[in-house]
Design a protein around this ligand. Structure first.
Ligand code: OFO
Length: 179
């Protein structure tokens, strides 16, 4: 059984994950429009992942005899100044999500809610990976710079990340599609 505070905080987390999913989908669409196919593919996959994060909480809450509330969709930003701006926004968003997961964990520890503490461990690890990946991408962008063919090389880097991700998924699940 989830207490009231944890129920409210988990529902807020559902909203945060849903908004991340919509934001990343909007970014994917912008990248597609800009001819950045590698970046677009990256964000379509990120958007799917965020929806999965949201669904995991929905299922967990309902399994715990709680009630997951599905939030209204906020209108995501649809235009961006540059791909560098996009990734800076993503990094800030992921850091915000991490803080929110950590607050949820603190709340669960205060309530001695061991099931929720255990449930949140997956999110702690996921956020650590996500932040590290976004930092890696931002570092690569800095190295590439903003010169003439920089967009071409940035998109190629993202393509590489997409291929590595698909290969890792295929290794974990042999029935998953391969690049
Ligand atoms: Fe679910 O927010 Fe990042 O991964």
């Amino acid at each position: 059984m989830l207490n009231e505070k944890i129920t409210a905080a988990l529902n807020d987390q559902i909203e945060l994950e849903a908004n991340s999913s919509a934001t990343y989908l909007a970014m994917a669409s912008w990248c597609d429009k800009e001819g950045l196919g590698g970046c677009a593919q990256f964000f379509y996959a990120q958007s799917d992942e965020e929806r999965e994060h949201m669904l995991k909480i929905v299922h967990y809450m309902n399994e715990m005899d709680g009630h997951a509330i599905i939030p209204a969709q906020k209108l995501p930003q649809s235009e961006y100044d540059s791909i560098q701006e996009v990734f800076k926004m993503v990094y800030a968003q992921e850091r915000h999500v991490t803080q929110s997961i950590h607050s949820l964990l603190n709340l669960s520890q205060e309530a001695n809610d061991h099931a929720t503490i255990l449930f949140l461990q997956w999110y702690v690890a996921e956020q650590r990976e996500e932040e590290a990946l976004m930092r890696e991408i931002l570092d690569k962008m800095k190295l590439i710079g903003t010169g003439g063919q920089s967009l071409y090389y940035i998109d190629k880097e993202l393509d590489k990340i997409n291929k590595n991700r698909l290969a890792a998924e295929a290794a974990a699940d042999p029935s998953a599609p391969v690049a």
